[in-house]
Each structure stands twice: as structure tokens, then as C-alpha cells.
Design a protein around this ligand. Structure first.
Ligand code: PMP
Length: 493
């Protein structure tokens, strides 16, 4: 490992891994695991290539805003590249793509403009074009930009050939979204390994290439709408509703030797098997590409070397059908396992702790004075911890309502000297009869913890108390319990 000057220098050089358990024994099936890229997908390659190509040609000037229509991975890659290089980024995305993707983009500093799901891929593209034209942004045009394909010719292909160490490559399998991978890898392989069979995989319910029907386009070559064979499918990042320029070019050049249709449920099942049998955690389109490669492998000659692209990590799909069967709570098996030993079960009280002789508690005088005076310093005062999720949820409710409050964070630096935070906690526990945090006070009166605060908000008592104090606030009409982090819901409500 070298030292790197920037995160961008860690893009590419992803590992080629032989599948030892899933592949039929008579072939060598290798997966190229693109989740090893810094932002976890194959699109990091393209993001850097398009931006640097535009820098060199002068199409992108320092400080200019970059914009692109993307289902996520391209945007996430671009967000990394733009953050590192200092370009503002706007991404247009159809609302039906996973929420994780939007949040990641915003975390990386990008703006995300959603477009209606009904308008599909062409909707997000047209919106990006409109915004670029109106505001003078640099539009990446990943579906047609030759830099998207070129980076695969220049990096992905040499990596594969190097890692095969002289062994011949019989078959290369990929899906296509922009077609950058397909076009660029095929271009490179035809030069250095002309006998390699190139297989393009696509959803079985949306066979746009398999149909042989050309993409309808206007005189400028722009798609005039969805391809007639397109149907919504489960493989995010694969087959948009039109055939891209780069995909069309790959087909026209005779680079696609065969087309392999893949059913959506098989794609997801294969992604799960890949995780559970090989320990490789990848997304839906990876499962789909591997399903295609496994189908090809069945009839491949003995000793054939097959390379299959795995475009991204599985972590991006927690809210999608890929995880639909993966539960949050314990299933019957896990419950049985839990019940197989005595301690720490949910169906019995915890084992009583061994009797401890009651220690006389000496409470710190200044802490006592503080617990008495602090609750009168604001309409709402809570004794809290900085990193407690119940405290965080209670603070969220008060912020949503715009109520003036003080959060006395007992684990913060301000309360660390002389163990003051713990001394205050001891006084609080003694006075409230509850060892838990937060402890909330309204108008100097002790209310209880987070759930008690939520309860008095729900039944109107909090509003009444605040009105009585003459405190201004915005009535909160949602269920405050929804403010708890998701994993707390079942336990706390
Ligand atoms: N899988 C996923 C998850 C993707 O995000 C993409 C890119 N849209 C692809 C596959 C297809 O790659 P390409 O755009 O190079 O055809």
C-alpha cells in the first residue's frame, strides 16, 4: 500500500475473487468486486474520469456547479469527486430510488432534486438538462459521455488481464445502465483478448436489447421516450427506460456476443447466496449479474475462466426489496435460542442481582443546590446525556415545537471536572426515584423521562403548561413517539 495524496487515488484496482462455493466445479468463476472503490461502487471510476476529462477540455471551470441525472451510485461517486475538488454538485433523481442514496448524497454536500417516479429515467434526465441550461451548470451526460466508457478501457480491462496472470478470459459478464462498463470493457477486451465472449445481462421483464427493437430517437439522436419493451424492474442501476448512446454503440460495434435475461427474484436470491455462501456483500444488480454468469457457467467448457462484474455494495439496499425478508426482531429460531439459557431473556425478569448491603449515600451539597436551581432556568430543562438516543428524541420534540429549553448534558466536558456530572446524577436519582436519563422538568416541575414528556405532549398537558407560562411554541401534531430512532420503537412505545 502506498500513501495516497487524495481519496481519488484509491479508485480502481478492485479485487478479482474466485467463487469457491457457488460456482460449478468445472469452471473458474471470478467476480470483480467494485464495492472496494472508496464510495462503494463501480461508478467512482466514471465520476473521476468525467470530471477530469471536462477539466482538461475546459468544459468545466473552477468553482462551476456540476449536475447529473443519476439513480444514486454515479451521484455518490460524483459527490466524492466534487467534494474533493471543490465543485458544488446538484443531482436529479427519481423519487423511487432508495432513501439511503439521497441521504448519502446530501451528507457529501450535494443537492438532490427529486423527480416523479412516473416520469422514469427520462424525467430525471430532462430535469437535469433544464437546470443545466437555466443555471449554466456542467452536465455530465453519463449515458453518452465517452469518458465513461474510456475509463473502463483504460483501467478495468488492464486490471482484469493483469490479475488473470496470463490465463485466457473466456467470458465477461456485465449488466448495463449507462453502458459505460459494457462499452468500455468490451472495447478494451476486443483489443487485448479478442476471443473473449461478451455477455450483456438484462432484466427478463424488460428486454430492451433482447427485443432487437431500436431506441426511438429524434433528429438530434435524443431518446423520444421510453423504449417500447421497457417495464419497471428490480435491478436498480440496470436498464433505464431507454437504450443509452454508449450501450447502442457497443451493440452497433458487434461487442455484445450474447444477451442473458435475468428474473428479479433470482437476482435477489443470488445476492443473498453470495453474501451467505461466499461472504461477499453486494447489491441487487450484482446478484443479477452473477445469476447471469452462473447460467452461462453451466454450459461453459471445462476450465473456462469467467469474469463477472459486481457493481456495488449491498449496504445501499437496506430499504429495498433485497432486504424485504430480513427481519428486525428475533424470528422463531432466534427466540428459541434465546430461551435455551436462563439469563438475559425477554420472557422472564432479569436474574436478581446479588444482594448488596445498602451503602449510605452522601450526596454532594453543591450538586444538590444545582438540581434545585437548574430546573427554574428555562421553561423546559432536561438533565441529559450528549449521546443518549432518548435525550436526542426529547430534544427533537422540543426543537420541533420551538420551545426554549436547556439540556444539561451531564457527560459533556463542562461537567467532567471533579466528577460533577455523576454527582448531579446521584442527586437526581435520589430525588426523582429514577436512575434513568433524561429527567425532564417543565416550569420547574419534575415530569419524568422521555416517554413521560411524549405522553404529556400527546394528551395536551405540555401545551397547557407552556400556555400558562406564556411561552410561545408551535403546536406539534404528529406522534412524538415517531421521533425515537427506528430501532427503539418496539421497545419504547
Ligand atoms: N449496477 C449498479 C448498481 C449501478 O449503479 C450501475 C450504474 N448505473 C450499473 C449496475 C451499470 O453500470 P454502467 O452504467 O457502467 O452500465
Amino acid at each position: 500500500m502506498a500513501r495516497y495524496n487524495s481519496i481519488l487515488d484509491t479508485i480502481g484496482n478492485t479485487p478479482l475473487i474466485r467463487l469457491g462455493r457457488m460456482a460449478p466445479r468445472h469452471v473458474n468463476l471470478y467476480v470483480k468486486v467494485e464495492s472496494f472503490n472508496p464510495m462503494g461502487s463501480v461508478k467512482d471510476r466514471m465520476a473521476r474520469a468525467i470530471i477530469e476529462d471536462a477539466e482538461q477540455s475546459g468544459a468545466l471551470t473552477p468553482g462551476q456547479t456540476v449536475i447529473e441525472a443519476t439513480s444514486g451510485n454515479t451521484g455518490i461517486g460524483l459527490a466524492m469527486v466534487c467534494a474533493q475538488k471543490g465543485y458544488p454538485l446538484v443531482v436529479t433523481m427519481a423519487e423511487n430510488f432508495s432513501v439511503e442514496r439521497r441521504k448519502m448524497l446530501r451528507f457529501l454536500g450535494a443537492k438532490v432534486v427529486l423527480t416523479p417516479a412516473s416520469e422514469k429515467g427520462t424525467g430525471m434526465l430532462t430535469k437535469a438538462e433544464e437546470l443545466a441550461a437555466q443555471h449554466g451548470y456542467f452536465l455530465c451526460r453519463q449515458f453518452d459521455n465517452p469518458a465513461n466508457a474510456r475509463v473502463h478501457t483504460e483501467t478495468t480491462v488492464p486490471e482484469i488481464i493483469r490479475d488473470l496472470q496470463g490465463d485466457p478470459l473466456h467470458t465477461f459478464v456485465t449488466g448495463f445502465g449507462t453502458g459505460g462498463t459494457l462499452n468500455g470493457v468490451a472495447t478494451g477486451l476486443r483489443r487485448v483478448s479478442p476471443d473473449t465472449e461478451i455477455v450483456a445481462a438484462e432484466p427478463d421483464n424488460a428486454q430492451v436489447l433482447g427485443s432487437g427493437i431500436p431506441q426511438p430517437r429524434d433528429e438530434q439522436g435524443k431518446p423520444t421516450g421510453s423504449h417500447p419493451n421497457f417495464k419497471p424492474h428490480l435491478m436498480q442501476g440496470w436498464s433505464p427506460d431507454f437504450i443509452s448512446g454508449l450501450t447502442e454503440e457497443a451493440v452497433a460495434n458487434g461487442f455484445v456476443d450474447s444477451i442473458q435475461p435475468v428474473p428479479g427474484d433470482l437476482a435477489m436470491q443470488t445476492a443473498r447466496r453470495l453474501a451467505q455462501d461466499e461472504g461477499i456483500f453486494a447489491g441487487t444488480s450484482s446478484g443479477a449479474t452473477l445469476a447471469a454468469a452462473l447460467a452461462i457457467a453451466e454450459s461453459a467448457p471445462n476450465g473456462a475462466n469467467i469474469v463477472c462484474m459486481l457493481p456495488d455494495t449491498g449496504e445501499r439496499y437496506l430499504s429495498t426489496p433485497l432486504f424485504a425478508d430480513i427481519g428486525e426482531d428475533m424470528n422463531a429460531d432466534e427466540l428459541e435460542l434465546s430461551r435455551s439459557t436462563q439469563g438475559f431473556r425477554f420472557d422472564t425478569r432479569s436474574a436478581p442481582s446479588p444482594a448488596v448491603a445498602a451503602q449510605p449515600v452522601t450526596l454532594d451539597k453543591s450538586a444538590e443546590a444545582f438540581v434545585k436551581s437548574a430546573p427554574t432556568q428555562a421553561p423546559v430543562v432536561m438533565f441529559a446525556l450528549e449521546w443518549c438516543e432518548f435525550c436526542w428524541s426529547a430534544r427533537n420534540l422540543l426543537s420541533e415545537m420551538g420551545v426554549e429549553f436547556i439540556s444539561v448534558d451531564l457527560d459533556s466536558v463542562a461537567y467532567q471536572a471533579d466528577d460533577r456530572g455523576n454527582k448531579i446524577r446521584a442527586v437526581l436519582a435520589e430525588q426523582t426515584g429514577s436512575p434513568t436519563i433524561p429527567q425532564v422538568y417543565v416550569d420547574g416541575e419534575h415530569i419524568g423521562g422521555c416517554t413521560e414528556l411524549f405522553d404529556i405532549q400527546r394528551d395536551g398537558q405540555l401545551d397547557t403548561a407552556l400556555n400558562k407560562l406564556g411561552v410561545s411554541f408551535t403546536p406539534y401534531n404528529e406522534d412524538p413517539y415517531a421521533l425515537l430512532p427506528k430501532w427503539l420503537h418496539t421497545r419504547a412505545s
